[in-house]
Design a protein around this ligand. Sequence first.
Ligand code: AGP
Length: 620
Amino acid sequence: MCGIIAYSGKNGTNNSARELVEGLKKMEYRGYDSWGVAVATDQGIFLERKTGPISRLNKNPQKALPFGIGHTRWATHGGVTENNAHPHVSSDGRFVVVQNGIVENFLELKKVLQKKGYKFVTQTDTEVIVHLVHWELEKLNKEQELDKKSKISSPLSSTSSKSKLSIEKIFREAVRATFLQLSGRNTFVALDRKTESIVAIRQGSPLVIGKSDKEVFLASDTLPLLGKVPEIVYVDDDQLVEIKGLSLQMFSAKTGKEVKIKTQKLSQEVSKIDKDGFDHFMIKEIYEQQHTVTEAVSYSEEEFLPLIKELKKAEKIYTIGAGTAAFAAGQIARFLREAGYSAYELIAYDAESYIPIITKKDVVIAVSQSGETADTLEVVKVLKKKKVPLASIVNMMNSTLTRMSDYQFFSRSGPEICVASTKAYTAQVVWGYVLVQTMMGNYRKAQREVHELSTQLQEYFQQKKYQKVIKKLAQKLVKEEHVFVLGKSQHMYTSLEGALKIKEITYKHFEGFSAGELKHGVIALVEKGTYVFGIVGGSTKEKQETLNALAEVKARGAKVVGIASEPHEFFDVHLFAPDSNGLDPITKIIPFQLLSYYLALELKNDPDKPRNLAKSVTVK
Ligand code: AGP
């Protein structure tokens, strides 16, 4: 949610604006309501802000200095307007601020600041940060002034008086004092024209520094840094970063004491962030699954063993995630239960009531594409304090979740740019399958099955006839408002994830649920012409039960779409999906992903950037 970028280059260069816009484009998936950049110039600060997708600047900053900050916004407080777009400038024009998070006590702070005479010109919570920094600066400057005067009037007092602070330190301290007054998860960056410095603090939303001998970057993730810098520094919660030219210092935001910078090499082995000839990232990522499923399990048996040892001695195993990742977590818990383990899935944003019953004798497996989801991190943090062993399967390297984990696994799917998750989901499920099979002594068999799955997917994508049927169905669904998706047992999560995919990018009401739930209420919604999807896969019993449910809706006039390896007389439309034993949830989710993509195109929606959503939900 929201992407932050800051740039500071070598003296004499003037490419800050270009670097900022380029960096923002790579983080646009984090929020695309509005965007803006601020660049220091000879005259002051150049500022341009816009609503809508990241494009080009209308003007180029004249006499630009080599430092600036930028932001791409996912609106929380205040509508999607140019005025609410970041960066926000201080009332005296001295500095600008960008923020990722929510100032939870913003109304309280706003009242206090208004009493002090500050005029608010936006509806954002960020504006309280701007005015607070200004207020703190004034306060510190006054203190310094008084101190100076007292020294002049009484030279004897010089030994007892506070030492003179540099203007850089005053600015840094003003930012720090501001941070200490904010509640909530807030990462923000301030660029000060006067001291020519950039000061950032991380709390919650991620922040990473990229360094080379020519430039220093700050960004919400590593994507803008790839190919630019050889080294990175992960900023932890409550750390403050000060950048001036190419020099970099880090401090504790709580105490103000300097902390050691831990530099690491930036792994450049990440797939290119382009569409590779596809029209959208979504369809590219859907196709990539034929390979990413094997990448996700490219772990040796030995690499699984330490976690397996922990899981085998655990009293209970909990899996956790949010949204799509929660469905993958559910699927993994199911695999574990089928293998005889006491495993339970938690939905991150509703897990509070479980916290008291989870102990250090249990194990938690957290599932996340980004590793930065606030809902998941919040629960996991509490459990870590209770010393509960934590494993995670995350797609983005070096995320907060990974760094917190005792057992770190990566789904290795390459950057997933489309907001709607596809390849990350299948990678998580496949990883869970191989983990559980390895626990049962079937590592080799499971690896073979995943390779067979990969071949099945390759064949599926090659056969254009399957997608032709999906495209035709998409045309028919354009006018539909409510569609139901039924799945049984292992396909209950497929139905939830399938419906979510379609909701996310078509804005149509698709509802997924267990086929068993039908007669307990949902069937009341079915009338002549209602589309009902049925996922017919798994064991003969599972298939039969779903077919029974489809017979019942068909008897009430529903139009039945069957996702199955074989046609059936109940189906009005048959979407082929191969059977794949334990990995059936993967083959059966693909038609939903493709349908959501083609239906979004029919509806003229941007599949990569669905309305109101952001890729990484870093606020609560
Ligand atoms: C997926 O299509 C969604 N955009 C969303 O539900 C997502 O899965 C969820 O926000 C969790 O994100 P994470 O995997 O990065 O933790």
